[in-house]
Design a protein around this ligand. Structure first.
Ligand SMILES: *[C@@H]1O[C@H](CO)[C@@H](O)[C@H](O)[C@H]1NC(C)=O
Ligand SMILES: *[C@@H]1O[C@H](CO)[C@@H](O)[C@H](O)[C@H]1NC(C)=O
Ligand SMILES: *[C@@H]1O[C@H](CO)[C@@H](O)[C@H](O)[C@H]1NC(C)=O
Ligand SMILES: *[C@@H]1O[C@H](CO)[C@@H](O)[C@H](O)[C@H]1NC(C)=O
Ligand SMILES: *[C@H]1O[C@H](CO)[C@@H](O)[C@H](O)[C@H]1NC(C)=O
Length: 390
């Protein structure tokens, strides 16, 4: 009996992976309030009275169960199997300390789970990495929501990475061996860090303009990070450190392409976080998740264009499409690169340089006339160019 279930499941998985890539509809304003201001108070759940409350909010949403997970009957459960299979999760967090830039992600694509963590020594620019790919959903579990305080996102075998939302902060802990990309030597990395929750840019977005194909994204940047870190037998206490979070649960399109840029830094006592992207959450060519955080207050930005150099070590520029809000130049210092999977079936081509941003950003706070203008100077962060087929 069990055997047939597995054969059946394998057939569904195969049919799904071999299914053609549809030409996706572009998301319009039909279901999504495009370019509207962020709503200060989010709803408590995303699915109410048979529809999704698409929009942008300043805080995370506690109940993000998709309609495909609410079923009383077995027939419904079976009908929703493909949607379950499309549901991907990721939790990315980075923090920027005086000495290091640290980033990690837990990713669950249903048929495979990925875990990566890296630490960059900002003085020597040496990069140390930990990577683990696990089959299926074993070994990685996700919290019910970015702001659910009853569950944690956890990767655990002999190594461990976990993120729990407790009180008003994410408590992130890791204990993993990391390998130098220069010497290939392995070192132990441990940290126990608390990343404050500030205002967010929370996006509930209809992928491919489909009202039953939600993506939930909770982003924050430029938030205070405190705690301790042990690396190579040295102990560090985080001072003036800032971090960022990107928490996503989405019925991801099988083929997804995006660019993004992220940094958190201090300028003259002001904590700044920047998050810009292109392609994945666009309406009318403008990403709906662009924002800058100023001392924890979110300020939404319009669409930007990424000029990605052909020569991957070249300078990237990121510029506002329609305004003069953003002009940034990014100079890579090194790169995290991945190209794995099987072409046409499941693939992830991932190119993430780390380095420094220079330029300027200006923003007018919604609902007030407060205009900000900031120089960006030598701010450490990352950009990414990603093609995923999943
Ligand atoms: C956990 O979250 C619930 C609902 O969001 C809230 O009522 C409760 O106060 C939270 N508990 C703690 C310890 O933060
Ligand atoms: C941010 O907060 C710091 C104090 O923590 C203050 O000195 C600075 O002026 C603030 N920046 C802005 C833009 O409000
Ligand atoms: C850019 O400006 C044009 C003309 O003002 C407008 O029609 C278009 O919607 C704008 N695009 C974005 C992405 O803001
Ligand atoms: C930071 O402070 C310095 C010195 O007071 C000033 O020259 C500079 O313009 C300030 N930078 C920004 C971005 O406000
Ligand atoms: C910014 O957005 C990208 C693309 O969605 C995401 O992967 C990244 O983690 C975000 N970064 C921050 C700082 O929110």
């Amino acid at each position: 009996m069990g055997k047939y279930v597995y054969v059946g499941l394998a057939a569904i998985v195969l049919a799904f992976l071999l299914s053609p890539r549809e030409p996706y509809a572009k998301t319009t304003s039909t279901y999504f309030p495009a370019h509207a201001p962020l709503e200060p108070t989010p709803p408590s759940s995303i699915w109410v009275d048979g529809q999704y409350l698409f929009g942008r909010y300043k805080h995370g949403i506690p109940d993000i169960a998709f309609h495909s997970e609410n079923h009383e009957e077995i027939a419904q459960a079976i009908a929703h199997l493909p949607s379950r299979f499309q549901t991907k999760y990721w939790h990315f967090t980075s923090f920027n300390t005086r000495e290091f830039f640290v980033g990690f992600a837990l990713v669950q694509l249903q048929y495979v789970s990925d875990v990566f963590l890296y630490i960059i020594d900002k003085n020597t620019l040496e990069k140390f990495e930990f990577n683990h790919r696990l089959p299926g959903t074993i070994g990685v579990s996700f919290a019910l929501s970015s702001v659910d305080n009853s569950t944690c996102s956890i990767y655990q075998d002999v190594n461990q990475i976990e993120a729990c939302f407790i009180g008003d902060a994410w408590h992130i802990k890791a204990s993993v061996p990391v390998t130098s990309s220069q010497t290939h030597q392995e070192h132990k990395l441990e940290f126990d860090v608390k990343l404050n929750r500030d205002e967010a840019l929370t996006l509930l977005y209809p992928l491919a303009d489909d009202p039953l194909r939600p993506a939930y994204v909770h982003k924050g940047a430029g938030s205070q990070a405190t705690g301790t870190l042990q690396f190579k037998n040295d102990h560090f206490t985080l001072e003036n450190a800032l971090g960022a979070i990107d928490w996503t649960k989405s019925m991801a399109l099988r083929e997804t392409i995006w660019n993004w840029a992220s940094t958190s830094y201090h300028i003259n006592d002001t904590a700044i976080g920047i998050n810009l992207s292109q392609h994945v959450y666009d309406v009318d060519g403008a990403s709906q998740e662009n924002a800058i955080w100023i001392n924890g207050t979110v300020c939404a930005l319009g669409g930007v264009h990424f000029h990605v150099p052909d020569d991957k070590s070249g300078v990237w520029t990121i510029e506002s499409l329609n305004s003069t809000e953003v002009y940034l130049e990014f100079t890579p210092a090194g790169v995290r690169y991945e190209d794995n999977g099987v072409p046409y079936i499941a693939q992830s081509k991932f190119f993430q340089p780390y380095g420094t941003f220079d330029g300027r950003i200006s923003c007018v706070l919604e609902g007030s006339d407060t205009a900000y203008e900031f120089q960006v100077k030598n701010a450490f962060g990352i950009v990414e160019n990603h093609f995923a087929l999943w």
